[in-house]
Ligand binder design. Structure first.
Ligand SMILES: [Zn+2]
Length: 247
């Protein structure tokens, strides 16, 4: 059966002398893997559409096992991402996180649009740390383990100074803070930003300007939270962490 869908390449690996196994996130069928025969050869017509991050119209031959890529028509290669090692590292982390938190063949056109928009913004130079945080929060929500960032986890209070508790799974107010000695006290700006990142409609993301210190706290909170609640260990995250030290 031949199926057709717009898709973005989220993982590739070499297979034999000339083939590649490509995993794409499609708009109409969700995540799927396929063989791209001959794609390792630069002259192959499948070579360009089989590159990581490529956004294209794919024509896929689907059988009982691994499908195969018949044809592809590139829409966007995200050159701005590929030409910048930092952007490449952020994008690689996002697609690996998506890969690890989604199952095959579960269609979500909305998630496809979210991925496409995230890469488009990254390509265009929108703040990569904020995009990463929004992406992480989205994946946590999809995995059903999102933190409580609207109110205190324990008493429901919505006003005041909040701390972030990994153990309790979100905000703690000043009265409840003692229940987790490890809770990290947040500045009002960071608490507000976490709330914003949770609720944001990515298509409405305007110009973002966030202090470096706030971004560092945001990164610390989300990284620790993801480690604790999802158990995913990503190669791309280690690389990104190393790169960030040089930034
Ligand atoms: Zn409380």
């Amino acid at each position: 059966m031949l199926i057709k869908s717009e898709a973005i390449v989220i993982r590739t690996s070499d297979y034999g002398e000339s083939n590649k196994v490509v995993t794409v996130y499609t708009k109409d069928f969700g995540k799927m893997g396929m063989m791209a025969r001959g794609a390792k050869k630069t002259k192959s017509r499948l070579s360009s559409v089989s590159q990581l991050f490529t956004h294209a119209h794919f024509l896929i031959q689907k059988g009982s096992g691994l499908g195969s890529l018949s044809q592809g028509e590139t829409i966007n290669t995200f050159r701005g991402i590929k030409q910048d090692i930092f952007k490449t590292a952020y994008a690689a982390y996002m697609v690996e996180l998506l890969d690890k938190t989604t199952e095959d063949n579960e269609a979500s056109p909305a998630l496809f649009e979210f991925l496409k928009l995230s890469l488009t913004y990254l390509d265009e130079g929108v703040d990569q740390d904020i995009l990463k945080a929004i992406f992480e929060m989205k994946m946590l929500r999809l995995s059903g383990v999102s933190p409580q960032v609207d109110r205190c986890v324990l008493c429901g209070r919505r006003e005041g100074i909040f701390s972030f508790s990994i153990g309790e799974g979100g905000f703690l107010c000043n009265q409840c803070r003692h229940s987790d000695p490890n809770a990290l006290v947040l500045t009002p700006q960071t608490a507000k930003l976490l709330n914003l990142i949770y609720h944001i409609d990515l298509s409405r993301l305007g110009n973002v300007s966030v202090k470096e210190e706030t971004k560092r706290t945001l990164n610390k909170v989300l990284t620790t939270y993801i480690d604790e609640y999802t158990g995913v260990r990503l190669k791309s995250k280690r690389f990104l962490d190393q790169l960030q030290k040089f930034e």
